[in-house]
Design a protein around this ligand. Structure first.
Ligand code: HEM
Length: 403
């Protein structure tokens, strides 16, 4: 069941426009909290990976309540999609197994580690990237900054040598784009398995101070992670940690460049950055939907959904729900803060959300501390695009260096 996608001449809301899917989401919400159909474009997905029946939750309350009921709306679905390439990970587990496994891997994301990462890894990575283009007075902030910093941060957190970055990045992109090129993604999955097995072996021989070492030594009630669990989790961190973070940083920059008064306010007062980051995530979430498998016949906010269907949980639509926010279609960093759902909710709430917020804030601080008077050029028609992942492909800017 493919959705009608992208016809620039269609009336707003009739079709899902990849440049601006929000009128489509709003039209669907007007029809009710849940609809029979999908927000996913399956046109390039192999037949074997397509669901036979789909529903989509579009209101905040429907999305939020389904996320909190993992027994009926199960994450196992991912075993037959991205799990084919990542292996068994917490993303696709439910119930007690998920809790135990998540407890083990979350030791790597403890708050003390996060506090150290900011000055020791994130700030130096961002500043080194800015060093490369500051004197030029112009840059493409996507290609030279937002696309670069999360990969370098993750590689440093994992303790990977810098010379492995190109391999690591290529393999990450291959896994993330699995729906387009299955054989390439399978090969990348194998390559990463061998690569990470080597890294695990090295940590066993010579313990280090990084996430891979934490995963090798993590233990709760005598339970340790198997090798397969470790390299699968590391493969999950690629789409989970890179793709979302680089896109959300690009979205925030685009939104600020498009709203000069709010941009000026943030540049003058860095204390506004955390709320700007949250509003950016609400208004333009980098991931517009997640999916669940329906394990039994059920009813969600008035719609009957049969066992075996796939339910799309449309985060992008939930974040613009007029029953939760006033003026939801306006980007306003000064609005009263009401939590968005871009990191989802319930058992699978993003494990890296504190890291993601810190990385985005620090990246913006580094940029605005060193550069000023940004002007966006229209070259290449910069705009946010895509679904389920959304971000600008290019952000060509000119700027002055702060003296
Ligand atoms: C702005 C950036 C980010 C966004 C918007 C985001 C969003 C999400 C979402 C929506 C999920 C839930 C998926 C589902 O339930 O189907 C998730 C899960 C997860 N995220 Fe993030 N993420 C971000 C950054 C990160 C980072 C930086 C990391 C780690 C390096 C990370 C690690 C994870 C992990 C491990 C899970 C699986 C949690 C579980 O299944 O229990 N994420 N993320």
């Amino acid at each position: 069941m493919d959705i009608p996608v992208q016809d620039q001449s269609a009336t707003a809301g009739d079709t899902l426009d990849l440049r601006d899917p929000y009128p489509y989401f709003a039209a669907k919400r007007r029809g009710g909290p849940v609809f029979h159909g999908t927000v996913m474009d399956y046109s390039k997905t192999p037949e074997s990976l397509r669901p036979s029946d789909s529903y989509a939750a579009v209101s905040y309350s429907a999305v939020s309540s389904a996320l909190r009921n993992n027994r009926v709306f199960s994450s196992q679905l991912y075993d037959s999609t991205i799990g084919v390439f990542m292996g068994p990970t917490i993303l696709a587990m439910d119930g007690a197994r998920h809790r135990a496994h998540r407890g083990l891997v979350s030791t790597a994301f403890r708050p003390q580690a996060l506090m150290r990462w900011e000055p020791e890894i994130v700030r130096p990575v961002c500043n080194a990237l800015i060093d490369e283009f500051a004197e030029r007075g112009s840059a493409d902030l996507v290609k030279e900054f937002t696309f670069e910093f999360p990969t370098r941060v993750i590689a440093a957190l994992l303790g990977l040598p810098e010379e492995d970055l190109p391999f690591f990045r290529r393999a990450a992109v291959a896994i993330i784009s699995y729906a387009d090129k299955v054989p390439r993604a399978l090969q990348a999955s194998k390559d990463l398995k061998h690569y990470f097995l080597g890294q695990i072996e090295q940590r066993r021989a010579n313990p280090t101070d990084d996430i891979i070492n934490d995963l090798v030594t993590a233990e709760i009630d005598g339970e340790k992670l198997t090798e397969e669990a470790i390299y699968s989790f590391l493969r999950l961190l690629l789409p989970a940690g890179l793709e979302t973070t680089y896109r959300s940083a690009g979205n925030l920059l685009w939104l600020l460049l498009d709203h000069p008064e709010q941009f000026r306010a943030v540049q003058q007062n860095r204390d506004l950055l955390p709320q700007a980051v949250e509003e950016g995530l609400r208004y333009e979430t980098p991931l517009t939907f997640v999916q669940r498998y329906v394990t039994e016949d059920t009813r969600l906010e008035g719609t009957d959904i049969p066992q075996g269907a796939v339910l799309d949980l449309c985060l992008g639509s939930a974040n613009r729900d007029e029953n939760r926010w006033e003026r939801p279609e306006e980007f306003d960093i000064f609005r009263t803060h009401i939590p968005h759902i871009s990191f989802t909710a319930g058992a699978h709430t993003c494990l890296g959300l504190h890291l993601a917020r810190m990385e985005t804030r620090v990246a913006m601080e580094c940029l605005f501390d060193r550069l000023t008077d940004f002007t966006l050029s229209s070259e290449g028609d910069p705009h946010i695009f895509g679904q389920p992942f959304r971000s600008p492909n290019t952000l060509p800017v000119t700027f002055d260096v702060v003296t």
